[in-house]
Design a protein around this ligand. Structure first.
Ligand code: SAH
Length: 272
């Protein structure tokens, strides 16, 4: 019996279509180019566990539920300011985390974000934010943008957020994520935050998310003399540090010890 040439052409066509579809699926899976993810730069010498490949930028019912549990179990019990609790519920933390650690985005843990840095523990972010006593319209400066998560939390509470990061690659990633999540009006600067950002001083609040071994004088000088508040971990590199609340009244600086913490080191421009 002779083969029907029309039928075999039809089969070949179907096979080709199927193969094309498969190739497309594999390609989009590998590049992370599916909707909601963006590609980000990778440092060639980074260990693979901390490589920053892409970010999942979609919020879903599942991620919202995970966040709700994190807030109910770990944030609401330690933070009494309802606005800070609401901000923790609003900001999708998983969008600030490299894909390798996505499964842990809503654990109350610090996580690696690449370049030897970490995103802080969510309950600690909330605690430090509450200490700033931010009011709408306040101007706040963060030193150590890192992933951008803390900056987004601050932006939920006031519309004037400034943040400085020393590692350019981290700043680029933070900018992309913040823009994609509609936090495009957060002001970011690549610099050594030791010197603050004098152009926009004074700040009603300053938050430092890396630990120097002493209180940087320029930051005190840029704190509002009308009761400006700064939250800062201070202590030896690679050891337990003390989290301080610094309150400035004119030329008087009052320091209150809050708790022991462990933060990544505050690096200086000449170190890097
Ligand atoms: N707030 C961040 C936590 C980042 S960890 C977040 O929400 O993800 C601390 C960050 O401080 C790191 O990204 C580190 O590169 C940065 N850093 C350290 N020393 C700095 C300095 N002198 N100036 C600015 N950023 C600094």
């Amino acid at each position: 019996m002779q083969d029907n040439p029309f039928r075999s052409t039809n089969l070949a066509l179907r096979f080709m279509l199927l193969a094309t579809l498969l190739i497309c699926l594999i390609a989009s899976g590998c590049s992370g180019a599916e909707t909601g993810a963006i590609s980000t730069p990778v440092a060639p010498d980074e260990p693979s566990a901390t490589r920053v490949l892409n970010r999942q930028l979609q919020d879903s019912e599942d991620t919202r539920e995970q966040r709700q549990r994190l807030v109910d179990n770990y944030i609401a019990p330690v933070v009494s300011d309802a606005r800070v609790v609401a901000a923790s519920q609003a900001v999708p933390r998983h969008c600030f985390i490299p894909t390798e650690s996505l499964d842990y985005a809503y654990y109350d843990h610090a996580l690696p974000i690449g370049y030897g840095q970490t995103i802080s523990q969510p309950s600690l972010v909330a605690t430090m934010t509450e200490l700033l006593e931010l009011e709408d319209g306040d101007r706040v400066l963060e030193i150590g943008t890192g992933s951008g998560y803390q900056a987004a939390i601050l932006r939920e509470l006031t519309d004037e957020v400034y943040s400085i990061e020393i590692i350019p690659q981290l700043l680029d990633i933070a900018r992309e994520v913040l823009d994609a999540l509609d936090y495009g009006d957060i002001h970011l600067l690549r610099a050594d935050g030791y010197n603050g950002w004098p152009e926009y001083a004074p700040y009603d609040a300053i938050i430092v998310t890396a630990a120097p071994d002493h209180l940087p004088t320029p930051l005190v000088e840029q704190l509002s003399p009308e009761g400006g508040r700064m939250v800062i971990p201070i202590g030896p590199v690679g050891n337990v540090q003390t989290l301080w609340l610094v309150i400035r009244q004119q030329d008087e600086v009052q320091m209150e010890r809050i708790m022991s913490v462990v933060f990544v080191p505050f690096t200086r421009e000449q170190d890097s």
